[in-house]
Design a protein around this ligand. Structure first.
Ligand SMILES: Nc1nc2c(c(=O)[nH]1)N[C@H]1C(S)=C(S)[C@@H](COP(=O)(O)O)O[C@H]1N2
Ligand SMILES: [Mo]
Length: 527
């Protein structure tokens, strides 16, 4: 812009001289405001839902990974420790420039600018996808950013066209455009402040998490038995990496708990109240155990189940210190955000490894999985046992207290049902004729898996080969090779636990106490 032609300082700010509309400039401003809104909304959503992943930071990380080492060294020598800030500022300038260009293009030709924003969104999604630490939930965020940006850009440019097409330069069409632009600008400003506040709080807790030094276990996990992980293409990992671990909770915003402030209170029907802080917990003799946890909402064949190596203090030891009174039969655990689970007292005091967990696969709990402390209980669905961000254990009675999900149509008690899943071949997949390899997992936590069988087209059940179990508290992999000629087949699987219970055939929905039925896949065998 030629500054000598700008409005005199005395004129009301932002008012162009009469007769001068400067559409290209307003189009560029629209582009910046629209893309800014999309980014800020995405950052805000990500900051609330998945604090460890920021779309902008993911793209920044991808940029860092992509630039040649020489450039990196040069940037570090130029900016020193401010190199990250310089990258963010640089990225913001590039984004603003492209956004302004998108605005101008959209003004000149409908959809041209939207296309630029769409490409931007796709590049962002690709960058997030490429980040090792990114959870699946983070991948669509840049696409939603772009969609929001495109909608806004289309809307602003329409208003701009209305103004530019109207007879008067100073009329209501101009006011409407400027108002729309003002609203978009306000969203960017307010959203940006909110997002950076939430992000800052999450980053602070993430940093504290990074400083936690987990002690070694007093009682270590058993070594993984040889062959427990089957080497069949398409089989999932026996131990689920933290970033792929399913996540279920009611938290719209991940609770951010400072481990220095964390306290657990044991209250209710006990001889003495007990209070425990994080340092005291870490000083206890901890156990490390592989435990498979599952969600009651997991559909037959679903993936709301994962197996991790948890480090924690047995809950029974804590409860023994408090001394539950006779008549108590439930522990109502409460999280920092007020969510509750009701667990049978018996399950938390018997010999099983119900843990007050601080570690997951050798790391402090991820923020999304309950940092700093959560419960992990072998044999029960998560909604009645696996309280994340746990802060209170109230010893009580099922007759006196109800947990979060009970009045919402879910059973008060939630033992995990004996279940199995076919992972190989994937349903609907075609495979070559000859020997077809089937494989998957089966689970009946704390009872253990005794047998897995597969049947084709509802024929006779055939015994599958079971991989060695880690413990009865974990899932177990299975496989079976069957000779199949060309054609369409239906394969089904069922498990039997060590108590002799056979998986229930009758189909039932997840509510109120967990889905039942055989996982059924169709396989297309090609000649
Ligand atoms: N604070 C809190 N803890 C919670 C929940 C919740 O909503 N809030 N959901 C539970 C449910 S239903 C399940 S299945 C497990 C899931 O644990 P994960 O997200 O670590 O896989 O957490 C449990 N713990
Ligand atoms: Mo769940």
């Amino acid at each position: 812009m030629n500054t000598s032609r700008a409005a005199p300082a005395a004129a009301p700010s932002g008012t162009p001289r009469p007769g001068r509309r400067r559409p290209q400039l307003w189009a560029a401003a629209s582009g910046v405001a629209a893309v800014g809104c999309g980014l800020v909304l995405g950052e805000l959503a990500a900051a609330l839902v998945s604090p460890s992943v920021s779309p902008v930071t993911a793209v920044g990380g991808a940029v860092i990974d992509a630039v040649p080492p020489g450039v990196k060294d040069w940037a570090v020598s130029l900016f020193g420790t401010a190199d990250k800030l310089a990258l963010l500022v640089g990225m913001s300038l590039v984004i603003a420039a492209v956004a302004a260009l998108a605005g101008v293009l959209e003004w000149r030709r409908r959809f041209a600018g939207l296309a630029v924003v769409a490409v931007f969104g796709l590049a962002g999604a690709a960058a997030v996808l490429g980040r090792a630490e990114a959870t699946p939930i983070a991948v669509p965020v840049p696409l939603l950013d772009a969609a929001a940006g495109m909608m806004l850009l289309g809307w602003l440019i329409r208003k701009l066209r209305d103004w530019q097409g109207s007879a008067e330069t100073e009329g209501p069409a101009r006011r409407r455009f400027l108002q729309s632009l003002g609203v978009a600008g306000a969203v960017v400003a307010v959203g940006g402040v909110l997002a950076s506040t939430v992000r800052g709080a999450a980053a602070a807790v993430a940093e504290l998490r990074g400083k936690v030094v987990l002690p070694g276990p007093a009682s270590g996990a058993p070594p993984l038995p040889a062959g427990a992980q089957l080497s069949l293409a398409g089989m999932g990992p026996l131990v689920t990496p933290n970033k792929d671990f399913y996540r279920i909770d009611t938290a719209l915003r991940v609770p951010l708990v400072d481990p220095r402030d964390w306290k657990l209170k044991v209250t209710g029907l006990v001889d003495r109240d007990v209070e425990l802080d994080f340092a005291a917990l870490l000083a206890k003799p901890l156990s490390e155990r592989y435990i498979t946890i599952a969600c009651v909402s997991n559909e037959v064949g679903g993936d709301l189940i994962g197996n991790a190596r948890w480090l924690g203090w047995p809950v029974r030891e804590l409860l023994a210190q408090a001394g539950p009174k006779p008549g108590a039969d439930m522990v109502l655990s409460r999280s920092a955000d007020g969510w509750t689970a009701g667990t049978p007292l018996e399950v938390l005091t018997d010999a099983r490894d119900a843990l007050l967990a601080v570690g997951m696969n050798g790391e402090p709990l991820p923020l999304e999985h309950g940092f700093p402390v959560r419960l992990v209980v072998p044999g029960l669905y998560g909604y009645v046992s696996a309280t994340k961000w746990v802060t209170e254990l109230k010893v009580t009675r099922f007759a006196d207290d109800v947990a979060y999900w009970t009045p919402r149509g879910w059973s008060a008690r939630g033992p995990i049902k004996t279940s199995s899943r076919i992972d190989v071949p994937r349903s609907g997949r075609s495979v070559g004729a000859g020997t077809v390899d089937f494989g998957g997992v089966a689970w009946a936590q704390h009872r253990g898996i005794a047998r897995v069988e597969v049947r084709i087209n509802r024929g006779d059940w055939k015994l599958a080969e079971l991989a060695p179990a880690i413990t009865t508290d974990t899932w177990r992999q299975w496989k079976l090779s069957l000779p199949l000629g060309p054609g369409q087949y239906e394969a089904q699987v069922r498990a039997t636990d060590l108590a002799g219970t056979v998986q229930v055939e009758e189909r039932a929905p997840a509510a109120p106490s967990g889905a039942t039925g055989y996982h059924t896949v169709t396989v297309d065998v090609k000649s």
